[in-house]
Ligand binder design. Structure first.
Ligand code: ADP
Ligand code: MG
Length: 320
């Protein structure tokens, strides 16, 4: 029996959605209603994933479901917001119910872990594309913006860079590689782990933050530009996954700094908050590396081990 749009919403999404906090009216009415707790601000972000651009068309729908939320959670983390609700707009080529069930299982595997309630959405027919709007909350005035880094602040990144880029470069044949793709890199590419806990941990301590979706060089560049500042970054301090270190320097920096899909956080911290911040991030179980310092001179400076400035070419992923 063919499944209708109504069946999809009821059987796939409403059936799997769990009741979230502060949802006054969820799936089923013309719009959702949620209660923003007193003293909190609403933080909103949208990301679209297009088949063939952001994921391979034949990818496991579970992984597509996971990823479609992961990229949105990463944006919440970058604002130091706690994720709470989402809407899901699906454009589907057909009504393949098995695909949809698997998609939803991937989506909810991550949604349930972070207590994000699906409160509504839309379904249309067309080339496969997925848009999630995520909403979260932050105590009033405590969101961490891109534009508020100060000269002298310390620059940190979470995790290790270049893992997903390495997996993609090997699997696409761009990079000659003997042996299998390192499993941790493949895992990172397929199911990035958004740094939600680390994002909450930097509240009140970090001066500015951005998530690294298009490569550290590009994204740190956005943060510095928004803040009207520059930086000195020690290339030797950049946390690079061990398999990447087998490559030559140009390639290491290409994958670790100029490619996408890391979904780590890059943030700045006034020196007097250094200890408190390192302690909180370590309590959140997140690897953390100090890579440089914000400068007044508004030029990002990448410094090699000899103290020379390095010009990074290829500034991250761009759609246009
Ligand atoms: P309307 O025609 O009023 O826009 P729809 O018929 O499109 O409403 O949707 C009915 C209900 O189902 C709405 O509450 C909507 O938010 C929800 N919904 C639609 N698509 C999805 C989806 N993919 N996931 C979750 N809820 C959805
Ligand atoms: Mg309506």
């Amino acid at each position: 029996m063919p499944v209708s749009e109504f069946d999809i919403i009821e059987q796939v999404f409403r059936a799997k959605a769990t009741a979230g906090n502060n949802v006054v009216c969820g799936i089923g009415d013309d719009a959702a209603i949620v209660e923003v707790p007193t003293g909190q601000q609403l933080v909103i972000s949208t990301d679209t994933l297009v088949s063939g651009v952001h994921f391979f068309p034949d990818a496991d729908p579970f992984d597509i479901g996971y990823r479609s939320l992961a990229v949105n959670l990463s944006d919440m983390a970058a604002m130091a917001a706690g994720p709470a609700w989402m809407t899901l707009a699906l454009t589907l080529p057909d009504n393949n119910i098995d695909w949809l069930h698997r998609y939803a299982d991937g989506l909810f595997s991550l949604a349930n872990r972070h207590n994000v309630a699906l409160v509504g959405g839309n379904i249309a027919q067309g080339p496969l594309s997925i848009t999630i709007t995520i909403m979260g909350t932050v105590p009033t005035g405590q969101a961490v913006l891109r534009s508020t880094a100060q000269a002298g602040d310390l620059i940190y990144v979470t995790g290790q860079l270049g893992m997903a880029a390495l997996a993609l470069a090997i699997s696409s044949g761009e990079l000659a590689w003997t042996g299998p793709i390192p499993q941790p890199c493949l895992d990172r590419f397929i199911r990035p782990e958004p740094r939600v806990q680390a994002g909450l941990a930097i509240r009140g301590l970090a001066s500015a933050c951005i998530d690294i979706s298009d490569g550290l060089a590009a994204d740190l560049g956005h943060l510095l530009q928004a803040s009207g500042r520059g930086a000195r970054i020690q290339l030797s301090a950049i946390p690079v996954y061990e398999s990447l270190q087998l490559l030559d320097r140009q390639q290491i920096w290409k994958y670790a700094l100029c490619r996408g899909d890391d979904y780590e956080l890059c943030f700045t911290v006034p020196p007097h908050h250094r200890q408190a911040l390192e302690q909180r991030i370590s309590q959140a179980g997140c690897p953390l590396t100090h890579i440089g310092i914000v400068t007044l001179d508004p030029q990002p400076g990448w410094i090699d081990t000899d103290g020379n400035h390095v010009e990074l070419t290829g500034t991250g992923y761009r759609h246009f």
